[in-house]
Design a protein around this ligand. Structure first.
Ligand code: SF4
Length: 324
């Protein structure tokens, strides 16, 4: 296995390895504890199979997760990792990416963790364009807590917490990310390993925040949520390709992932009305912008020693308050 040949600005500062790693090298000795048939297995296999392509040293790869079934992910990879706080993985990963440009930092999260508990952190990581790759496993249910409706569950969903049906309108994670002007936004599905791997590859190459929504089946609490896109119905997947024509509501245009204005990508994200008759997958947007972590490091460099001295003086200063 050799390192992939693509320009990889997202990994510009991460040292390459001389050794040729394999999927086995990225597989930890921990017993995988997801339910039989869970879509998470397919994503894990794809990630373990794809990471060696990057040609990095495993000690320079970090996976940070929040809470939920998918957030067990870091245990199963033989890299650094952190199973962190509910919804806060993007915040922790932001600190890591900002202070350690020599790391490839990934976030693993679910629809509840990312869009409910951690909705704010996700939005700000995306708008700041931190050099993070965020894998959002969307199974449209809370699996770990045994089957409550989530922010992506369809209206009318009957669950233990909505016995008469959900009255919420669900989030569309791709629309949300585009609304936050994320620089890389994509969607894929657990059952198509080749497509999943292609999207992961492009996300890794991107410099800045990359949001990858992964449709993931939870056979225990929301089985078949994406059956309308598999097998004989796979033709309902609209595979987006840069430079190919797309049609939405009678308007046809050439899909340009690098378009500065996200409005066409947003229109594509609204193509599915919930019926799953036409569901776009692939890369919606991929544009270059300065990243938060690069800009912060630039400021620190510009501040130089004077900046360090000022900070030290501030920390040792006498401006303290006594609370009676
Ligand atoms: Fe997977 Fe669902 Fe089991 Fe969680 S509850 S491990 S998402 S099958």
């Amino acid at each position: 296995m050799t390192a992939i040949d693509l320009p990889m600005p997202g990994l510009r500062d991460v040292p390459r390895s001389e050794d040729r790693a394999t999927a086995r090298d990225y597989t930890s000795d921990q017993e995988v504890r997801w339910c039989p048939g869970c879509g998470d297995y397919a994503v894990l296999k794809a990630v373990q199979g794809f990471l060696p392509e990057l040609g990095l040293r495993r000690e320079n790869v970090v996976f940070v997760s929040g809470i939920g079934c998918s957030s067990r992910f870091p245990y199963y990879l033989d890299t650094y990792g952190m199973h962190s706080i509910h919804g806060r993985a993007p915040a922790i990963a932001t600190g890591l990416a900002t202070t350690r440009p020599d790391l490839s930092v990934w976030v693993v999260t679910g629809d509840g963790d990312a869009l409910s508990i951690g909705g704010n952190h996700l939005i700000h990581a995306l708008r700041r364009n931190v050099n993070l790759k965020i894998l959002l496993f969307n199974n449209r249910i809370y699996g770990l807590t045994k089957g409550q409706y989530s922010p992506t569950s369809e209206s009318g969903k009957v669950t233990k917490s909505t016995p008469m049906g959900s009255v919420d309108r669900p989030f569309n994670p791709v629309s949300l990310a585009l609304g936050a002007e994320a620089t890389f936004v994509a969607r894929t599905i657990d059952s198509d390993r080749r497509h999943l791997t292609e999207v992961l590859r492009a996300a890794a190459a991107h410099r800045g925040s990359a949001l990858v929504e992964i449709y993931q089946n939870c056979p225990i609490f929301n089985d078949g949520a994406f059956d309308g896109l598999r097998g004989k119905d796979e033709h309902r997947l609209v595979r987006l390709e840069h430079g190919a024509e797309v049609t939405v509501n009678g308007r046809t245009w050439v899909h340009d992932v690098h378009a500065d204005d996200p409005k066409d990508a947003f229109a594509l994200s609204r193509l599915d009305d919930g019926s799953m008759k036409s569901v776009p997958v692939g890369i919606f947007r991929q544009v270059e912008r300065p990243t938060y972590d690069d800009l912060v490091r630039e400021q620190l460099r510009a501040g130089g020693d004077a900046g360090d001295d000022e900070l030290a003086a501030l920390l040792r200063g006498h401006d303290t308050w006594t609370v009676a």
